[in-house]
Design a protein around this ligand. Structure first.
Ligand code: NAI
Length: 327
């Protein structure tokens, strides 16, 4: 089985190469993202292996089908970038890695939150310049604060445990609340209006698209901190920026951004950033941006590589696809 791996970074290659040539599966690594233009690289391959910012829309899938590709192996949990209906029409299997390390993402969410509320990002820069002043560095205790968690799946639950450890008052919203979990579920409106901190851990769907918009921000507490390690388009970035400029939002910790596909995972330091909203958000002293990095731990990379290999082997052997994404 020949597999074309798109959007390959050094760390992807290192982890997947552990499985190179095992069970007759051969990986070929391409740095390019999968797009309508680069799809031709998949000619002669049995499967493509893609990540969060590869384009797997109807046009790309039609091309993959023409080239004989039989499977799309996602190296991630989310599949919002794949047109599942069109994949099914072309009889292309879509497999994913449903869980690789919920701890990686939940711990990153807490790292961002602590950085924001204790001004660590500012302190790091100040002390490197021998500026030991504490002016403007006052934070607040997380202990006793109300945190609203949207999405209580694998990552949301690990994050809830971490927040409980900090002595926070945890409330949550989930479209499908977990029974007998002991989680204090409230409506989304109540969560928005009574949380000091809001952290998003639900998937991006038609329903959750822009769940944080002008209307939602309107009902939030003044000074609310918003943490998003899930998917960028859960938040309307222009509304977020307006909320920050109005001093309504006290801080934003963003590991994901609606239009990240064109910028994240690349060194743009020598370029003029054409996305004004992102540039303005980054310029804010109370906004912290990481480039979709929450998953990036050694443990997660090894788990991603292992599950991807198992998924591809199952496709090759015609075995049951336990991690198939079905509509
Ligand atoms: P999961 O599938 O275990 O949990 C998702 C939860 O969201 C479920 O409980 C589900 O019922 C709930 N949900 C679905 N639709 C909802 C809605 N409209 N409103 C509220 N809740 C809703 O997923 P997991 O593993 O916890 O991952 C959560 C998200 O984290 C993924 O969808 C992905 O977008 C993101 N993620 C981000 C990573 C990063 O590196 N930043 C890495 C891995 C995942």
């Amino acid at each position: 089985m020949k597999v074309a791996v798109f959007d390959t970074k050094s760390y992807d290659k290192q982890s997947l190469e552990q499985y190179q040539n095992m069970e007759d599966i051969v990986f070929k690594f391409f740095e390019a993202k999968l797009t309508a233009d680069t799809a031709r690289l998949a000619k002669g391959y049995d499967a493509v292996c893609v990540f969060v910012n590869d384009t797997v829309d109807d046009k790309v899938i039609a091309k993959l089908a023409k080239y004989g590709v039989k499977a799309i192996a996602l190296r991630c949990a989310g599949y919002n970038n794949v047109n599942l209906e069109v994949a099914r029409e072309h009889d292309i299997k879509v497999v994913r890695v449903p869980a690789y390390s919920p701890y990686a993402v939940a711990e990153h969410a807490m790292a961002m939150l602590l950085t924001s509320v204790r001004r660590i990002h500012k302190a790091y820069i100040r002390t490197r310049d021998y500026n030991f002043s504490l002016e403007g560095m006052t934070g607040f205790d997380l202990h006793g604060k109300t945190i609203g968690i949207v999405g209580t799946g694998k990552i949301g639950r690990v994050f809830i445990d971490i927040c409980n450890g900090f002595g926070m008052n945890v409330i949550a919203y989930d479209k499908y609340p977990a029974k007998d979990s002991g989680i204090n579920y409230v409506s989304l409106e109540e969560l928005f209006s009574s949380s000091d901190i809001i952290s998003l851990h639900c998937p991006l769907t038609d329903e959750s698209y822009h769940m944080i918009d002008d209307e939602a921000i309107d009902i939030m507490k003044k000074g609310v901190i918003i943490v998003n390690t899930s998917r960028g388009a859960l938040i309307d970035a222009d509304s977020l920026l307006a909320g920050i400029k109005d001093r309504k939002i006290g801080g934003a910790c963003l590991d994901v951004y609606e239009e990240e596909a064109d910028v994240f995972y690349a060194d743009k330091s020598g370029h003029i950033l054409s996305d004004d909203t992102l540039a303005r958000l980054i310029s804010m002293p109370n906004v912290i941006v990481t480039s979709h990095q929450a998953f990036l731990t050694k443990e997660a990379l090894n788990n991603i590589a292992e599950t991807t290999f198992i998924n591809l082997k199952a496709v090759k052997d015609g075995a049951e696809l336990v991690n198939e994404v079905r509509i």
